[in-house]
Each structure stands twice: as structure tokens, then as C-alpha cells.
Design a protein around this ligand. Structure first.
Ligand code: HXC
Length: 510
């Protein structure tokens, strides 16, 4: 009996070594952890239960029958993050470069199916060379099985992808269909085709970093939602993110103990908006002062920075924040900001996370670059996402809410449940200068008349009261009471229900 037990431990030990000490050392030399080290950091201590560690590939082409390594390049299983169940797969770069074979795909799909059945989040850690070249179409089929499951689980359980090494070819499309992608600076990259293929096809010469490093995907393409300095920091931040997320689309947001009084007032908010309407201020300051304990997890902090999106808590319960950022491009809505916010709103709505929207927006960004870039369709994505959302929507206009952007930013008309404004709010079709130049064109040569008309316009429209008189704003509130007002509104809306007409699915402007 003792013999058998020892044999098991021996086999386990062998499997845990993956591609062997030399390849593990090489992995460490590159500043990367191994698959199992990463899982140990992601999950609660000793909570990981591994599945399928003895699975081997079944390929006998190109001499593969002689090289079988238990685990076959991916470590799979489940554990807990701060006590809550989470499923995980981690590509093991030390085994065939983490490449995907038929059996490797079967391990992944088993864990995907289990996560869906258990209605718990799934986190994928990527560090791999794409399809196992020796397996040909069997590997392609395996990817297809993974992709299909990503789609079936979408909107049912949170799916998070963390890119911690190479990620190319077939490996990029699974992350692209999950809810969030995070990367590690300097050691991870993502692209459909690598620098060599790019050179052959387009004659462009680029490095992996220039083509698909964390810098590219967090600032230019918007493919990634954030990047961290190294593996350890990245995995610790993933634990923080998971704490904000519901386990599935039915349970509702997690509730953590809060030591921050929901009625807490903040007098400094009374002077947050500068007297000069063209002077910027930091909308993140408002978010940080409203959320529990100043704890805010920002999504896409470096992309479309004129829009801020992320998770915070109020009274211990997760809230999604969407806010124009006057510090960047005066908080204007452009293509990047629109699609960034639209995707975030849809995630929150799918998982029953209430949305708080802070508005200070001068309108949509004019210009050929924007129009050629599809501003109409991208802006419509955000309008569509908000209009479709059935979660509680609490909106606060701090300053400007001009033109179509007023409607888009969770206005009353498209479904805002409770719409507040600060006394500094200006809700109008446009700012005073543009308006006066159009409606009083005949007076343009007369500076005094124009100044008088501008004053009249400012008094009438550049306040929250024209909107409040119509009930488009439910209440004009004191800035210092913002947290209390939002907390009360969210508590009142906790069991919000809305009916939508039956349909197969909508036709979101993609
Ligand atoms: C089999 C692979 C592999 C692959 C790497 N390896 N990629 N084995 N299939 N796709 C193996 C190597 O042979 C090597 O084995 C080990 O993994 C480490 O690889 P190295 O090349 O030594 O490492 P490095 O120099 O760091 O380069 C990493 C890499 C490179 C950039 C990922 O290996 C690479 O370019 N691989 C091929 C990438 C690729 O083109 N994949 C196919 C994509 S097409 P040893 O035994 O020496 O340790 C695709 C289609 C799917 O995925 C589409 C579905 C829709």
C-alpha cells in the first residue's frame, strides 16, 4: 500500500516539474513565473485543486510519440479567491511552449464546462506559442471548441484573460471573447500574426513589443484593460478585481463588510468644480471620494482617457462607475471613449452591477478623423448600451451636459432611474459662444449686443434648472452630500425590475 502511495507522489512530483528544471530556470530568467507558481499567487493559499495533471498528448507525428510530458502544456483546476470559488487554466510555457494540442484543448474545455456549470468565474493565464504545430488540424479543432465555450459562457460567468508571455495566433481569440484582458509589461505580447509574417506580407519591420506589447494594447488598440509591472503585481491585482465581481449573472454583486459610513459628507466636493467653466478638474477625485474607503479598480486607465470606467463599492456593494474626465480633451466623447464605456456598461448590465454615471461632457468630438473612424457607430454603441441596461442607473451631472452627449450619458430619457445635478451643472444644446453665434448671427459685428445675448443664454440655459423644471433632473443636490444621495438611490433601486419585449437578441451597432 505504502508503495502505491509513494508512486502516486512520485508521479505527481514528475508532473509538477512540467518541461523540467532547465526550462523552469529559463522561464525565471525571463522574469516570468511558472504556471503553477502563478496559480499559487492567484488563488488562496493551498486552495488549488488540480485536474488532469497526468493527461498527455496522443500525437505520433514528427517523432512526438517519444516526447510526452504529463499535463501537456496547461495546468487546470479550481480554488478560491478570498473564499469565493474560481476556476483557472494556466498555460505552461515549459511544456511544448504551452502550445495547444487536442488533449490540451480537452483539459481547457473541461474546466470551461465546469466553471459554467458551477456558475463561477474562470481565469485564463496565457503564455504560449499558439497551435501545436505537429498536431495540425486537431489543434485548430481544439481552439474552436474553446472559442465556442467562451461565447456560451459570455454574460453568464465572468471570464478573465491574463497575458503573461507570448500570445499569438489561435491564443488571442479566446481572450478577445472574454470580459477582460490584462497584460504584464515587458514580458507579454499579443498579435494575430507575429513580426516575421508581418515582414513577409507587408514589408513592415516591427518588434514583438511594437506590434503587440502591453503598451500597444493598453493605449492604442484598446484590446487590453490594463497592464502591470510583473507577474506578482498582476496576479495580486486580479485577486482585487475578482473581489469586485459577481460570481455569475444571477447572484448579484458580492457584499463585503464596509467600514465607511454611507452618509459620509465631503465638504471638499463643494469646490471641486472650478468657477471658470473652461478649467479642468479631476473627475477621479470625485469617484475616490464617493466610493467606500477610496478603493477604485479602474478598467482601461490608459485608453480613451477622456472617459473613466471602473469598479468601486458603496455600502459594501459593487458599483460600476462611468465618468467623463474633464482633464483629458475636456471630457469630450470620441470613438475610443464611446466604445470603452459601451463595453463596460454592457458588462455591468450583464452581471447585475448598478451603474453610477458622472457627467461633464462638452459633446462629441468634431472632425474628419472622428467621422472617418466611425464616430456615429461608436457613439451609438454607448447610447445603445445605456438604453438597454436594466440595472439601477444613477446619474450625476457635475458641470457640462451638452448636445447629444447629454442624452447618451445615462439621461432620464434613455433609462436613468435617479438623475442628480450639482448646482454647477449646465444642461443645454451647446455652450454659450457657439449658441449665440448661431441664433444671433445678425448681431455678430456688435460686441456689446453679443455679450448681452451671451449673458442671457448663460443665465437661462447654463444651469441645471431648465432641465429640473421639466423633471429631467430629479433633484439638484449639494456636492458634499453626493455619496449619501447615491447610496440612498442605490438602496432604493436594489430590487429594480424592467420588462423588455421578447426577441432573439438585439442588433447592437457593432
Ligand atoms: C509546438 C512549440 C510551439 C508550437 C513553441 N514551441 N511554439 N511547439 N507548437 N506552436 C516549442 C518550441 O519548439 C520549444 O521547444 C519551446 O516551445 C519554446 O519555444 P522557443 O521558440 O524556444 O521559445 P522562444 O524563443 O521564447 O519563442 C517563443 C515563441 C516561438 C515566440 C512563441 O516559439 C514561436 O514563434 N512559436 C510559434 C508560434 C506560432 O506561429 N504558432 C502557431 C500560430 S497559428 P523546446 O523543446 O525547444 O523547449 C495558430 C493557428 C490557430 O495558432 C488558429 C485558430 C483559430
Amino acid at each position: 500500500m505504502k508503495d502505491i502511495l509513494e508512486k502516486l507522489e512520485h508521479r505527481r512530483g514528475h508532473a509538477r516539474l512540467g518541461g523540467g528544471k532547465k526550462r523552469i530556470d529559463a522561464q525565471h530568467k525571463r522574469g516570468k513565473l511558472t504556471a503553477r507558481e502563478r496559480i499559487a499567487l492567484l488563488l488562496d493559499r493551498n486552495s488549488f485543486e488540480e485536474f488532469d495533471m497526468f493527461v498527455e498528448h496522443r500525437c505520433d507525428e514528427f517523432g512526438m510519440a517519444q516526447t510526452k510530458i504529463p499535463g501537456d502544456g496547461v495546468v487546470t483546476g479550481w480554488g478560491t479567491v478570498n473564499g469565493r470559488t474560481a476556476f483557472v487554466f494556466a498555460k505552461d510555457f515549459t511544456v511544448f511552449g504551452g502550445s495547444l494540442s487536442e488533449t490540451h484543448a480537452l483539459k481547457m474545455t473541461k474546466i470551461q464546462d465546469m466553471a459554467l456549470r458551477a456558475r463561477a468565474p474562470i481565469i485564463g493565464l496565457f503564455d504560449a506559442g499558439g497551435a501545436r504545430i505537429q498536431e495540425g488540424v486537431a489543434a485548430l479543432g481544439g481552439y474552436g471548441e474553446v472559442f465556442k465555450r467562451n461565447v456560451i459562457a459570455s454574460g453568464v460567468i465572468p471570464q478573465i484573460s491574463v497575458i503573461m508571455g507570448p500570445c499569438a495566433g489561435g491564443d488571442v481569440y479566446s481572450p478577445a471573447m472574454t470580459d477582460f484582458i490584462f497584460m504584464v509589461e515587458g514580458t507579454s505580447y499579443m498579435f494575430v500574426t507575429g513580426p516575421d509574417v508581418v515582414k513577409t506580407v507587408t514589408n513592415e519591420v516591427v518588434t514583438s513589443e511594437e506590434l503587440g506589447g502591453a503598451g500597444v494594447h493598453t493605449t492604442k488598440s484598446g484590446v487590453a484593460d490594463g497592464a502591470y509591472e510583473n507577474d506578482v503585481e498582476c496576479l495580486l491585482q486580479m485577486r482585487r478585481l475578482i473581489d469586485f465581481l459577481p460570481a455569475n449573472n444571477a447572484d448579484g454583486v458580492p457584499e463585503w463588510p464596509s467600514f465607511d459610513d454611507a452618509d459620509r459628507e465631503d465638504r471638499s466636493l463643494d469646490t471641486l468644480v472650478p468657477e471658470n467653466p473652461n478649467k479642468p478638474y479631476d473627475m477621479k477625485e470625485l469617484i475616490l471620494k464617493v466610493v467606500d474607503e477610496g478603493d477604485f479598480f479602474e478598467i482601461q486607465p490608459s485608453f480613451g482617457k477622456n472617459m473613466v470606467t471602473g469598479f468601486g463599492r458603496i455600502a459594501g456593494r459593487t458599483v460600476g462607475f462611468v465618468a467623463n474626465q474633464p482633464m483629458v480633451l475636456a471630457g469630450v466623447l470620441d470613438t475610443d471613449a464611446s466604445r470603452k464605456a459601451a463595453r463596460f456598461v454592457r458588462f455591468c448590465d450583464a452581471f447585475k452591477i448598478p451603474i453610477v454615471t458622472f457627467v461633464d461632457v462638452p459633446g462629441f468630438l468634431p472632425g474628419t478623423a472622428q467621422e472617418y473612424g466611425g464616430l456615429i457607430k461608436h457613439g451609438a454603441k454607448l447610447l445603445f448600451a445605456y438604453s438597454q441596461a436594466s440595472v439601477p442607473l444613477v446619474t450625476l451631472i457635475t458641470r457640462k451636459a451638452f448636445g447629444g452627449a447629454y442624452d447618451v450619458m445615462a439621461s432620464k430619457h434613455i433609462g436613468g432611474d435617479v438623475n442628480y445635478a450639482w448646482p454647477t451643472a449646465q444642461i443645454a444644446v451647446m455652450g454659450a459662444k457657439g449658441a449665440v453665434e448661431i441664433i444671433f448671427r445678425q448681431d455678430i459685428g456688435d460686441a456689446e449686443k453679443i455679450a448681452q445675448r451671451t449673458r442671457e443664454y448663460e443665465e437661462r440655459f447654463l444651469s441645471p434648472f431648465a432641465a429640473a423644471e421639466r423633471g429631467y433632473i430629479d433633484e439638484v443636490i449639494q456636492p458634499h452630500s453626493t455619496r449619501r444621495r447615491i447610496a440612498r438611490a442605490l438602496a432604493m433601486l436594489k430590487h429594480k425590475q424592467v420588462e423588455m419585449p421578447g426577441r432573439k437578441h438585439d442588433n447592437l451597432p457593432l
